[in-house]
Ligand binder design. Structure first.
Ligand code: KG4
Ligand code: ZN
Length: 331
């Protein structure tokens, strides 16, 4: 079994995965969303302190599995350095005391492999990674070969959901709040721009749309529930059209054929976006693959699932070579 730890942002999570069967033996996550909510975003030092409380609490529950562990895996990058350090310190201590190898996991690869928790992977696959930190379209050729087709030029999709919620005076994280409000809103009410609609660039951008939403909110009454619903629906509509337009453009041009589009990351929990993606890929004979809702946002299970790939290739990290990084690319 592999014990895996995730602490790259505001979720403390530990999982135990059986290597041979990829079965998830244990998985627990303690989210800090409530604590950060009053600040409208994640406060790194507060997050770090909360990890020091939550991680040992979860670890206590899995002690019975210690004799069966063959490796310990942890997110080392990308993420907030002060919070990554909490998980990495715990993983190093376990590696030393249990005499098991240490596996460094890239958080983004973990998100991609959230598609294959308790399953064999179906590769190659086209993946849309939409989280609080990233918005990328990626061709995943094999377990270790990733080609980024498009990235955001500025903000991420998740961040823009959070920002719209904040501008309306609502909570953090904003994704689910905005999705729920949008259900009863008029998505045509406010004419918001679809980012890069006229540009041939394969890239994403959310800063302009965010600004357009800000101008509408300044004109309206943000306390009015119907106003909140219409703004949310109009924003979600433009934000999603931006993704589907670029995706369609790629699918029309590319000579590579994929059976599946995988959608991963916190925003992949959004049912409206899932539906729109499904409609977009249908004419291209593609099917949508998405993680179970509990594995969309940050979690230890996806880190354990990618760690199984690394374990099977004997890819371990010497404790003196562990690199913690706030930014990291997919290669
Ligand atoms: O993957 P994740 O947990 O953390 C990062 O690695 O960034 O993603 C968190 C992001 C937040 O911005 C949150 O608002 C967004 O995912 N999110 C959603 C939904 N649920 C979470 N965005 C849109 N709709 C949702 N239902
Ligand atoms: Zn994440």
């Amino acid at each position: 079994m592999i014990l895996s730890i995730e602490s790259s942002c505001d979720d403390s999570s530990i999982a135990i995965t059986e290597i041979k069967t990829k079965k998830l033996i244990f998985h627990k996550k303690i989210s800090q969303a409530v604590e950060h909510s009053k600040y409208g975003g994640v406060i790194p030092e507060l997050a770090s302190r909360l990890h020091t409380e939550a991680l040992p609490k979860i670890l206590d529950e899995v002690k019975e599995f210690f004799p069966k562990l063959k490796a310990v895996a942890v997110t080392t990058q990308p993420g907030l350095v002060v919070t990554l350090l909490e998980g990495v310190t715990m993983a190093k201590a376990l590696s030393i005391s249990l005499k098991i190898p240490f596996i460094s996991v890239n958080h983004l690869k973990g998100h991609i492999f959230s598609l294959f928790i308790e399953k064999d992977s179906t590769l190659p696959i086209l993946v849309l990674l939409v989280s609080g930190g990233h918005t990328q379209l990626i061709e995943v050729e094999s377990w270790d070969k990733f080609q980024v087709i498009a990235s955001t030029l500025d903000d991420s999709l998740g961040e823009s959901f959070d920002k719209v919620s904040k501008m309306l005076g609502l909570g953090y994280p904003g994704g689910e709040i905005i999705e729920n409000l949008a259900k009863d809103g008029d998505e045509e009410k406010y004419k918001l721009p679809i980012p890069l609609a006229q540009s041939p660039k394969m890239a994403f951008s959310y800063s302009g749309l965010k600004n357009a939403v800000r101008l509408e909110i300044e004109k309206g009454d943000k306390k009015d529930l119907q106003f909140q619903k219409d703004i949310s629906a109009s924003f979600q509509n433009s934000a999603t059209k931006h993704i589907t337009q670029k995706l369609k453009k790629y699918l029309k041009k590319s000579n590579k054929k994929f059976e599946y589009l995988g959608v991963v990351g916190g925003v992949s929990a959004n049912q409206y976006i899932r539906n729109e993606l499904e409609k977009t890929i249908l004419p291209f004979q593609m099917k949508l693959l998405a993680p179970k809702l509990e594995f969309c946002s940050d979690n230890g299970a996806m880190i354990g699932r990618y760690a199984v790939e690394l374990f099977n290739q004997n890819i371990f990290t010497d404790l003196s070579q562990v690199e913690i990084k706030s930014r990291a690319k997919l290669i």
